[in-house]
Write a protein that binds this ligand. Sequence first.
Ligand SMILES: C[C@@](CO)(OP(=O)(O)O)[C@H](O)COP(=O)(O)OP(=O)(O)OC[C@H]1O[C@@H](n2ccc(N)nc2=O)[C@H](O)[C@@H]1O
Ligand SMILES: Nc1ncnc2c1ncn2[C@@H]1O[C@H](COP(=O)(O)OP(=O)(O)O)[C@@H](O)[C@H]1O
Length: 296
Amino acid sequence: MSLIMEENAYAKINLYLHVTGKRADGYHLLDSLAVFPEIGDKLTVQAADEDQKTWVALDITGPFSGPLKNEATDNNLIIKAAHRLSTYIGMDLPPVQLHLEKMLPVASGIGGGSADGAAALRLLTRYWNLEIPAAVMTDMALQLGADVPVCMTPVAQRMEGIGEQLSKFPIIPDFGMVLVNHGEAVPTADIFRRRDPVFSDRAVLNGQLDFEKFIQNLLTLSNDLQDAACSLKPEILTVLDAIKVLPFCRFSRMSGSGATCFGIFESKAQAVQAAKLLSERYPSWWIWGGKGQVND
Ligand SMILES: C[C@@](CO)(OP(=O)(O)O)[C@H](O)COP(=O)(O)OP(=O)(O)OC[C@H]1O[C@@H](n2ccc(N)nc2=O)[C@H](O)[C@@H]1O
Ligand SMILES: Nc1ncnc2c1ncn2[C@@H]1O[C@H](COP(=O)(O)OP(=O)(O)O)[C@@H](O)[C@H]1O
């Protein structure tokens, strides 16, 4: 029996997202607070079978495997992560087969691909028993995508720069979250192109807070990509309206470049109940309710 190791790739939710400037290369400077709710993809690794044709093989199952199966496997951030590790080590590493259970909607503003890339870096480093300096790891993560560094450590973090400047930012523990996606992918680059060209200030954050102050603080902040996403996909407004009226919902907003929106609740139980109610009203939407932060 070959050893099987696994890693969770949690969804990344931007509680607010201010676009504060633009770099010379066209990438936008951000100020955002990312949290990681208790829902994600699952990645496993084991030794390759003798008849495996490639050095790393990836098979994908799960409710959102469809769009990824239509893309070349080499474009998957998991495969790219494996190649980056092998290039850094500079020698052949034992062949592996990877399996991804894709639970998160693709191109939906919750960083599923980035979380998978980060999970692959963590998992393969462990599986191959590699020693990689933290700074090198962060650099490798950033090479995979702007959102990959924050996904390396799924705890509340403030993201600045394009996502490479990270600071842990403890916020209230134990809140509930509902996530809702109406089913259409939103390409990140399009939303940055369509955004209001005015830049926002850096957010003023209150630090460790109680629930009421946490909500009041979020209300003073914004997601600067939300209007652009809503103008491209007006269904996002329907989603936000549906979240807002859920019992005990205290706050709603879009995450990242969309289209997934979230609601915040004081408890996990309220979020689970609200998600159940919403699923009955909108059976075709992807809806999840649970704990707002996996690593409280
Ligand atoms: C907007 C955010 C907020 O967390 O989340 P998502 O909506 O993707 O979840 C991220 O910054 C997304 O990061 P990520 O998804 O890794 O973006 P990348 O693949 O690196 O970039 C896709 C494209 O979006 C644009 N882009 C991305 C990030 C950024 N800070 N400025 C940009 O202008 C660029 O045109 C880039 O080519
Ligand atoms: N493992 C992966 N899961 C999802 N998307 C991936 C993955 N690997 C590469 N991608 C590519 O990244 C793009 C953005 O994916 P994703 O991270 O889901 O977006 P978002 O950050 O907006 O939620 C996809 O359209 C796909 O082409």
